[in-house]
Write a protein that binds this ligand. Structure first.
Ligand code: SAM
Length: 234
């Protein structure tokens, strides 16, 4: 059964779920399928795929960080809540902020938060580069899954990370991306502490999680406006 496989894979990550958490994942899955009929939230709705490709994949962030020891997490470009909502279910201690530029996704997330009775979680309808101007050095962990090139992500995500804390993008197969981001890594003063490459169970696609530590405050000129980032990437 799909759920059993999911629980088993989570146990291999050191996570065991309470009955409340299992029910929260069930409700989340149902809402995703229901709302996906009226708006585009995800290309996959088959149960095994959602549990193993979205839910389990989101949980793999714990391969590089102990979230029991962190206080605040921001998920940039969260879409239907991946990884932010999954991590909130798994770590109720975390204060989570979900940012997305598309308001219809924010409406979905507000409904999920209400039905799952999640506390200490907020949604923000904004572009990351605008949000970053107002919320500098606020978070212990900033993450982002399948949103943009690494170089662009670094420019608008790192300014909101506290000095000494972490930016942890979740990517597919990144091959050349780190090399192509050397300039932004230097300009935004982050250091790559580790990278974890693995394949997802069942579906077997490659995943890479990068853990960057922020070493110094980011210059106020970052992030630049969207048009400038696009015209002249770092
Ligand atoms: N993170 C989710 C996941 O893994 O399923 C969603 C990925 S989806 C491919 C990209 C999401 O990022 C979309 O919901 C889009 O609206 C959002 N997005 C893209 N650029 C953004 C930006 N500059 N600021 C905020 N959200 C952005």
């Amino acid at each position: 059964m799909t759920e059993d496989r999911f629980y088993k894979e989570l146990e291999l990550l050191g996570i065991s779920l309470s009955d409340i958490q299992k029910k929260q994942f069930e409700d989340y899955y149902k809402l995703l399928v229901e709302w996906n009929q009226k708006m585009n939230l995800t290309g996959i709705t088959e149960k095994e795929q959602v549990y193993l490709k979205h839910f389990y994949d989101s949980a793999t962030l714990v391969k590089v960080i102990d979230l029991n020891k962190e206080d605040t997490l921001c998920d940039i470009g969260t879409g239907a809540g991946f990884p932010g909502v999954v991590l909130k279910i798994l770590f109720p201690n975390l204060k989570v902020t979900l940012v997305d530029a598309l308001n219809k996704r924010i409406l979905f997330l507000n409904h999920v938060i209400e039905i799952l009775k999640l506390k200490n979680i907020e949604t923000v309808h904004a572009r990351a580069e605008e949000y970053a101007k107002e919320h500098r050095e606020k978070f212990d962990v900033v993450t982002s899954r399948a949103v943009s090139s690494l170089s662009t992500l670094i420019e608008y995500s790192v300014p909101i990370v506290k000095v000494g804390k972490y930016f942890i993008p979740m990517k597919g197969d990144i091959a050349q991306e780190i090399k192509a981001s050397e300039r932004s890594i230097g300009l935004l003063s982050v250091k790559l502490e580790c990278q974890e490459k693995f394949v997802l169970p069942v579906e077997n696609s490659t995943r890479t999680i990068l853990k960057f530590r922020k070493e110094k405050s980011s210059h106020v000129k970052y992030p630049r406006k969207f048009s400038e980032m696009k015209k002249n990437p770092l």
